[in-house]
Design a protein around this ligand. Structure first.
Ligand code: GDP
Ligand code: IMO
Ligand code: MG
Length: 415
């Protein structure tokens, strides 16, 4: 059996949570493979809304096993908090022993550095993501599996604080003493150690036993550490290939890849965004789409669909199909714009350039429609909405397999 994969195509918040929850009803195992609690994935079922940050969006399927893979960075404090409403998850949530931890000092470093950057800030979620992944790459991080021996872990952390005391002093960060740290780590260990597992073997065994495995990406392709709009990106490999590293799979283990993409575009945080709309249209998209961050509550920047970036992201991720989200947010717009190419130094460019700074979008404009909100059958869509979907398929060279017409599980068209 091969595992199926869900990946964000834009700058995150495309609606991954909705799709993973919807599909997860048919899967045995759901896995997160990168990112941390910077993610905010929303699920809506019968008017009840749930926001998930670290727990995979398969959690509402009582029969599914959920896995947090080695590629994720985990804040034990925030994971424990997030688990509370679900009661006992110890027999259906498993954490890789190799996943790195986000501890209090990572969060404080992230926030202090952002403040120092001033106007050049990345606009991070302030969740300690960059410092935690930084420590992992520097080979000085601490992994969840180390919670099995909190004495050794606390000693090692104190040693790390001592070696780096100049950094902590410069940033005005007070580090914990041994006793407080040990107490804190013991509290984490008590809850999390029973859930620590060799998740790579778990996923391999599931695939060998012909179980259905779904892989849930966080963030989006344009926030990828290598392929996104660096340095305005997150610190992990958000593309589909990241799932191999973040779980211990090989490329042949990946089956169907679905790219999740909004019918327009948003971005939260700083960095280039060619199709950002500063007119009333941008404001209307934000208001109708309720574009406020799930994790930080920040207003998301809004603009039109960028077909150049989507075609690139589709190829990069190997998308078999796209899930076209939030089409209902375009209801009532008289004209809808799509970026089909960029103008760079007076030339028309149809491929994604190395940098998205200083590019001018070239738009096509289409007539809008009244209402698609809540529609569940393709044939019931207004003609102009169908034309829009077809044009997006042409421009992105990718089939649209699913159209979302509202936040609820039910408000979905399987094409
Ligand atoms: P994720 O990070 O990719 O999981 O996406 P978020 O949950 O951060 O943001 C997507 C938002 O759009 C959430 O509030 C969803 O409930 C909502 N949403 C998802 N699909 C649709 C849709 O088709 N229409 C509308 N109006 N809202 C949707
Ligand atoms: P989901 O999974 C949207 C953005 C931040 C910032 C940049 C770096 O819900 O789609 P970080 O805290 O990761 O160091 O911030 O990445 N960002 C997201 N934007 N959706 C997300 O996750 C994001 N996770 C991080 O706003 O611009
Ligand atoms: Mg989100």
């Amino acid at each position: 059996m091969k595992s199926d994969l869900i990946v964000g195509i834009q700058w995150g918040d495309e609606g991954k949570g909705k799709i993973v929850d919807l599909l997860a009803q048919d899967y045995d195992v759901v896995c997160r493979y990168q990112g941390g609690h910077n993610a905010g994935h929303t699920i809506v079922v019968d008017d009840k809304k749930l926001a998930l940050h670290l727990i995979p969006s398969g959690v509402l399927n009582q029969n599914a096993i959920n896995i947090i893979g080695n590629g994720v960075v985990i804040s034990p404090k925030d994971l424990i908090e997030e688990m509370k409403p679900f009661g006992d998850l110890s027999d259906r949530l498993f954490i890789s022993d190799k996943a790195h931890m986000i501890l209090r000092h990572h969060i404080l470093i992230d926030q202090a550095r952002e403040k120092l950057r001033g106007k050049k800030a990345i606009g991070t979620t302030g969740r300690g993501i960059g410092p935690a992944y930084g420590n992992k790459i520097e080979r000085v991080g601490h992994r969840i599996g180390e919670l099995k021996d909190t004495e050794k872990l606390a000693k090692s952390l104190i040693e790390y604080f001592d070696i780096n005391h100049v950094l902590f002093e410069a940033l005005g960060i007070e580090t914990a003493n041994y006793d407080d740290l040990k107490k804190e780590l013991d509290a984490y260990a008590k809850v999390l150690v029973p859930m620590i597992a060799d998740t790579t073997s778990m996923v391999w065994n599931a695939l060998d036993e012909n179980k259905k495995v779904l892989l849930e990406g966080a963030q989006g392709t344009l926030l990828d550490i290598d392929h996104g709009t660096y340095p305005f990106v997150t610190s992990s490999s958000t593309v589909s290939a990241g799932a191999c590293i973040g779980l211990g799979l090989n490329p042949k283990d990946i089956g169907n890849v679905t790219g999740i993409v909004k019918a327009y575009c948003t971005r939260v945080g700083n960095g280039p965004f060619p199709t950002e709309d500063f007119t009333q249209d941008g404001k209307d998209l934000g208001e109708k789409g309720k574009e406020f961050g799930v994790t930080t509550g920040r207003a998301r920047r809004c603009g039109w669909f960028d077909a150049v970036a989507c075609r690139y992201a589709s190829r990069l991720n190997g998308c078999d199909e796209l899930a076209f989200m939030k089409l209902d947010v375009l209801d009532g717009f008289p004209k809808i714009k799509v970026c089909v190419a960029y103008e760079i130094d007076g030339k028309r460019v149809e491929t994604l350039p190395q940098s998205l700074e200083n590019v001018t979008p070239i738009y096509e404009e289409y007539d809008g429609w009244d209402r698609v909100q809540g529609i569940t059958k393709y044939e019931d869509l207004p003609e102009n909405a169908k034309k829009y979907v077809k044009r997006i398929e042409e421009l992105t060279q990718t089939k649209i397999g699913l159209i979302s017409t509202g936040p609820d599980r039910k408000e979905t068209i399987f094409v």
